[in-house]
Design a protein around this ligand. Sequence first.
Ligand SMILES: Cc1cc2nc3c(=O)[nH]c(=O)nc-3n(C[C@H](O)[C@H](O)[C@H](O)COP(=O)(O)OP(=O)(O)OC[C@H]3O[C@@H](n4cnc5c(N)ncnc54)[C@H](O)[C@@H]3O)c2cc1C
Length: 382
Amino acid sequence: MNLAANVSSADAAARFRGIAESFRHRTPTGGFAWDAWRALSDAGLWRLPVPEKQGGAGGTWTQFVEAFEAIVSTLRSVGFAMALANQATLIRALLTHGSPAQCDRLLPRLMSGAAGATAISEKGTGTEVRALETRLTADADGYRLDGHKYNISHAPDAQWVLVVASYTNGDKRATALVLLDPAREGVSRTPPQETFGVADLPIGDMTFKNVAIGKHELLGEPAAGLRLLMDIASMNRALFGLLCADVVKPFLTDALAYAASRATLGTTLDQHQHVQRRLVEIEIGVQRTRSMALAALDQLLSQHPAALANCSIAKLGGARDLAQAALHLLAIHGSDGYRRGALATFVADALAMGSAGGTEEMHSRNIFSQMQRAATTAAGMR
Ligand SMILES: Cc1cc2nc3c(=O)[nH]c(=O)nc-3n(C[C@H](O)[C@H](O)[C@H](O)COP(=O)(O)OP(=O)(O)OC[C@H]3O[C@@H](n4cnc5c(N)ncnc54)[C@H](O)[C@@H]3O)c2cc1C
């Protein structure tokens, strides 16, 4: 597989771009675009990368990623793109780490468009997974889950949730991944909370009080939980990086047209080198981030050891490039861009990527620890 070479058929991408085009008139300021989500789900978006024997279309992740790019570069919504990336991450998590029974139970629902959520963050511990306060404890029938989660995409309306909790066995601390039905007794959720941007993505909090969890509801063994979580989160990071590049494209097209049409004293904006430089900087960011994200995805799917660091690099670099692109676009459009509208919404939305999917500092720490690991491995081979 080589995602960067763009080798697979473009049919699926064209089909999903066509669907996305019929919803692109909306500005992402209202609620979640369930109409677009349903249309994409009904057209088989989530079945694309799933093997036929598991009810899917038997396609490849390459085809899914092409469809993802076609949708994200058409719809202009950071929040919707995040939801797409989160759902794809959950589907791959099940395919890669789920038991056959878990796949049988949950894949059909996810493929039909039931939204899932992944709940890692907490108000007190934020970026640090090893400090999670949400706890899974063993009891006679299985386990009990207690704790809380904060600022979780689709928490208010997800039909099932992958909850990351801490689990202590004797004096050993591990990371448990729980596949939770949020309708279960003891689970409560807030309505969507008001956020600075991504108003079209329902974000909320969850509380767990003595929630009964069966043994069959754990994804993998807790002893391997942190390793599984790194793999699952890496997919999300690479897709977040990719969305940071793709979502800019329609705004860049607008800016080129605007700069070519707005003229003062007979000189259009795009004749000014300073404006050209801003446009070129945006293009460099888009291409750099896109290539990095596709390469990182390739490595993740082929289990290359460098994937963990490179998925973080894709997310970190993508968030930086997206924020910078948003500021360049705002500058090019002048006060017109600052009026409430599609561009101003985009600028606020773009800043979400600074913390959603992990902060810059968290990714820097991951990249550094992967660098140390690679150096130790190389030293051992000498
Ligand atoms: C739009 C949006 C959607 C989200 N969706 C989800 C979701 O679906 N699921 C989910 O689990 N979470 C979600 N989050 C939460 C997101 O993952 C967290 O915001 C992120 O992990 C950072 O945690 P925090 O906000 O608690 O910041 P903190 O971890 O408290 O960090 C605050 C600041 O301190 C810095 N910092 C913290 N620790 C260190 C350190 N050790 N060294 C150096 N600097 C440090 C950080 O980099 C940051 O600059 C979402 C957030 C947003 C904005």
